[in-house]
Ligand binder design. Sequence first.
Ligand code: VGL
Ligand code: ZN
Length: 212
Amino acid sequence: MAPLPPGPTDCLVVVDVQNDFMPSGALAVPDGDAVVPVINRLMPHFPHLVLTQDWHPPGHLSFASSHPGRRPFETVGMPYGLQTLWPDHCLQGAGGAAFHPDLATNRAEMIVRKGYRPAIDSYSAFMENDRTTPTGLTGYLRERSFTRLFFAGLATDFCVRWSVEDARAAGFEAVLIEDACRAIDLDGSLAAAQAAMDRCGALRAVADAIGG
Ligand code: VGL
Ligand code: ZN
């Protein structure tokens, strides 16, 4: 793969590298902790760093526990469309919502919290799942004059995928760093995510091509 060295208007966006998405966490992503050393090695190559943090209040409507008789990973209709139900995870202020203790967070210039509205989930770092409520990140990144966003983190097929697609829709170049991400992979969601990210014009890279 051709080298892809970051330039001055590039920003690394690290999505949801939080304890609850680790293999021992409440919403475990298989091999999720493997992204931590890869991301830590990538960070020094970028002039700018943004982190996202899934940040739900108790009783969040994306939790299966908020829907009597429903189980995690089932789908329900919400006013804004279909929503996958999840185990309770990333509760505001709880240990599960904290970043992985080995993630190098010090250089983060912005930490975007999302999913804090009780009745709306937010996979994307840019736009909540109702597809109309912005998180504010688009405005922030535009005001900083960033042009190209590199994505790493969890999970490839949910929060990373939706963030990549919204980044493209907002007019940013987007690069998925494949080996710096891991997927949940529910019913083919990883293949669907890869296809969607290719379709929207995102590029795929490996970490070695960026650090090289
Ligand atoms: C995520 C499901 C629910 C993610 C967050 O970070 O991909 N997935 N909340
Ligand atoms: Zn969540």
